[in-house]
Design a protein around this ligand. Structure first.
Ligand SMILES: NC(=O)c1ccc[n+]([C@@H]2O[C@H](COP(=O)([O-])OP(=O)(O)OC[C@H]3O[C@@H](n4cnc5c(N)ncnc54)[C@H](OP(=O)(O)O)[C@@H]3O)[C@@H](O)[C@H]2O)c1
Length: 355
């Protein structure tokens, strides 16, 4: 069966979503939303560097996209920084009876964890439209659901489950957002929003509470930790020039405590350059990044996941994988009962598209 899809957003993730939708035998691109006026009116293929013509042109006209009555919208607008705009927009799509798979609004990876101001209008829209919303990606997402539940199938006497993203971000083409949010390339006097109380818990805490729910663990609290590493030398990366004395690596953790000790932990170490912050956890030698799950128990189990994009880069691999996590879920999401769902509501959704 073929699914009629509108791609909403043509940024880092949307660029790859568009490429995959256009080329996928089971997906039919019927519309594209672009916010940028320079992209509006352009053929979808141009917006994702494909040398063909789709006949589908980008528009910023929400009503006309909804009027196409697609089976599903693939929503990859930068949502977290503009919830007052993205929540009503998503609600409008859902209440029109259109299912949504989204990488945006990472708060909703575990719907019950999200703030009521985000969750409730979208639940209402799903009810009104009889539609389904699924939010996911690689991290938060895949690394915190499939990796640990797979590893735990081999484990016993578990003391701690730790999910890590250890990735050199220097080739991540996102200087505006990552520079500001993470504080890369900024001096110690700058306070990055990621370190503000509650921001990490909102963004990545859902990964911890979702896994706890799935494992039947009652958490007492989720603690946030945020550290930065400041470089002693200036250097260049594809993402940005890093001045001496500015932030060149970020480490953050969310520790889910039960009975007084951390049992479910998610941890990021994101560097600009693999030699920075040498004392922090790193990917294996020769690898620029890893998503790793470490189950400490008897026996202990460790699973490492490496993604590489079609261009050979690990960051575009992460972005492509994020797009594919939700695109591969389209048939299962369209089959699902209405509501905001999470990964554990779905069966495994592997790609069946063999080249
Ligand atoms: N869970 C994961 O593993 C994971 C990984 C990566 C990203 N994400 C999430 O995926 C989402 C997309 O990330 P990204 O890196 O692709 O973001 P991005 O490159 O910054 O893309 C931004 C998108 O938002 C649109 N946009 C920007 N300002 C807008 C405005 N004022 N009104 C309407 N639209 C606007 C842009 O429009 P145009 O289309 O016109 O350019 C573009 O499509 C984010 O919410 C991010 O958190 C999740």
């Amino acid at each position: 069966m073929s699914y009629r899809v509108v791609q909403w957003g043509t940024g880092n993730v949307g660029f790859h979503s568009l490429r995959h939708i256009i080329q996928h035998p089971d997906l039919e691109l019927v519309g594209v939303h672009a916010h940028n006026p320079k992209k509006q009116g352009q053929d979808a293929a141009i917006l994702c560097d494909l040398e063909l013509e789709t006949g589908v042109t980008a528009t910023g006209d929400v009503e006309s996209l909804i009027a196409l009555k697609p089976d599903v919208v693939s929503y990859t607008i930068k949502g977290e920084t503009r919830p007052h705009e993205t929540v009503p927009e998503l609600a409008q799509i859902l209440s029109a009876g259109i299912d949504v798979v989204s990488t945006a609004m990472i708060f909703l990876v575990h719907p019950a964890h999200a703030d009521a101001s985000v969750r409730e209008p979208l639940e209402e829209a799903c009810r009104a439209g009889g539609s389904t919303l699924y939010v996911n990606g690689i991290d938060p997402g895949f690394s915190g659901d499939v990796l640990p539940t797979t590893a735990l199938q081999l484990a016993d006497q578990v003391e701690e489950v730790r999910v890590q993203e250890l990735v050199d971000y220097s080739t991540y083409e996102d200087p505006e957002f990552t520079g500001v949010m993470f504080g890369f390339g900024r001096p110690e006097s700058y306070s990055p929003p990621l370190g503000f109380p509650g921001v990490l818990r909102a963004g990545w805490g859902g990964m911890v509470t979702l896994l706890a729910r799935e494992l039947g663990i009652e958490l007492d609290e989720v603690e946030e930790r945020f550290d930065r590493f400041f470089t002693e030398k200036a250097y260049d990366t594809p993402m940005m020039h890093v001045e001496k004395g500015t932030c060149a690596a970020v480490r953050f953790q969310l520790l889910g405590y039960a009975k007084g000790r951390p049992v479910i932990v998610t941890e990021h170490v994101n560097r600009l350059g693999h030699e920075t912050a040498p004392d922090w956890p790193s990917p294996p030698v020769g690898r620029p990044g890893v998503h790793r799950c470490v189950v400490r128990g008897n026996p202990s189990v460790e699973i490492e996941c490496f993604v590489t994009g079609g261009d050979g880069d690990h960051n575009s691999g992460g972005v492509q994988a994020t797009a594919m996590r939700v695109l591969n879920a389209i048939p299962a999401v369209c089959d699902h009962a209405p509501g905001i769902i999470d990964s554990f509501d779905l069966p495994y959704t592997p790609s069946r598209n063999f080249a």
